[in-house]
Design a protein. Structure first.
Length: 84
């Protein structure tokens, strides 16, 4: 499930004062729209896509195809307060 995340924006007037913060956002993988009179005039985007970690591959590398113990789904369910 993906959650909607509002895109960051900054007006042309805000950019000089907020440049360090804008760079932090972009370095974290976010796109920032620059607006002038409520119209998007530019976008500041990361230089390269941020890689999404492959958690399943990591888990299989550590524990193999069939790790001992409870299934991961049961562990997650318990951590969320549900039944196993």
């Amino acid at each position: 499930m993906k959650y909607f995340q509002a895109m960051k924006t900054a007006s042309v007037q805000q950019v000089p004062q907020q440049w360090p913060e804008i760079l932090r956002w972009v370095a974290a993988g976010e796109e920032v729209q620059v607006t002038q009179h409520d119209q998007v005039v530019a976008r500041v985007v990361p230089a390269k896509p941020v890689a999404t970690p492959d958690f399943l591959a990591r888990a299989k590398a550590v524990w193999g195809e069939a790790p001992p113990g409870k299934p991961l789904s049961a562990v997650v369910s318990e951590a969320r307060g549900g039944e196993s």
